[in-house]
Design a protein. Sequence first.
Length: 130
Amino acid sequence: MSEKRNKPDISNAEYDVLDVLWEGYPASASEIISRLNERKAWHEKTVKTLLGRLVKKDVLSFEKQQRQYLYTPLIARQTYRESETETFVSRLFKGKVAPLVAGFANQKNLSKQDVDELKALIAKWEKDND
């Protein structure tokens, strides 16, 4: 699985497919459909269309095994998450994280656990960057 590549443009539906595939792969289309159907009803043809789009976008690879295709992600969940976070913060907050966190804090959407995790991240950053 490659770690560095340009971030592909992935729709919400395509992300849902990718998200269940990250839970375990390689996986057949029927396995992916079954996992998706635990969340909401997905039509088989829709999922196969989404799988095809993700293959064309070089986000998934597939291998034919007997009468089925087994799909594997070509981008790691963490790599995609980091790329999406960077794009989000850059676009909405001009690359600054503090206004994002402040927005959550001002709306009282931060739990004690969130605050503790943020403090730990800041402490680690300070230790690593002093």
